[in-house]
Design a protein around this ligand. Sequence first.
Ligand SMILES: [Zn+2]
Length: 197
Amino acid sequence: MTDVTECSSENNKVRTRLSKIKFPDRCPVCMDPAEDLVFITIIEKYGPDSYDSSSWTKSDDKTAVALQASQSATTFSVPTCMAHGSKSVRTIRTRLVSVVGFFVLFYPIIFYLLQINLGIIYSRPLVEPIIGALFFVALLVLTILYSLVPRALERALKFENTSRTKDSVEVVILNREYRQLFCEMNGVFTEVVSDEQ
Ligand SMILES: [Zn+2]
């Protein structure tokens, strides 16, 4: 039996049963009442240095959810507020933006860098190619940020050491209040994981 007060400690990682996991009806980021639903899929990795990959899916993307569920991955839904919900999570598509952006923006950047190079060699005006290069580099940086910076929800809720066979999952919850609610809801199946372990 877990002491719920333990969940209010500095330790922000709790272990619970994968099959019994329940999420409070509050947003994990701001504690506002839940208005939206976001699906998270966790794919278990096997092997000694295994890590879990997790991906967020918008709730309206039903086929993606069904597909991931059939691929022996674990999917559950997390209630969130509107602001931190399905519109603000990075899906696989969001991550692809940086890859596509890189290929699309790579050639203009090379083009302008060559123009700068030629400009230096033939003492032509450099303003135009420099502006061009800066513009496309800035676009590339924005694309990468858009696609790679974790959103608030991803920082607030992380899943580690998922095991279907052991029926356990470790959840890192940053918000103390949410963590306490989570512990109360998942009750006897929940224990706090200390970092020393
Ligand atoms: Zn919120």
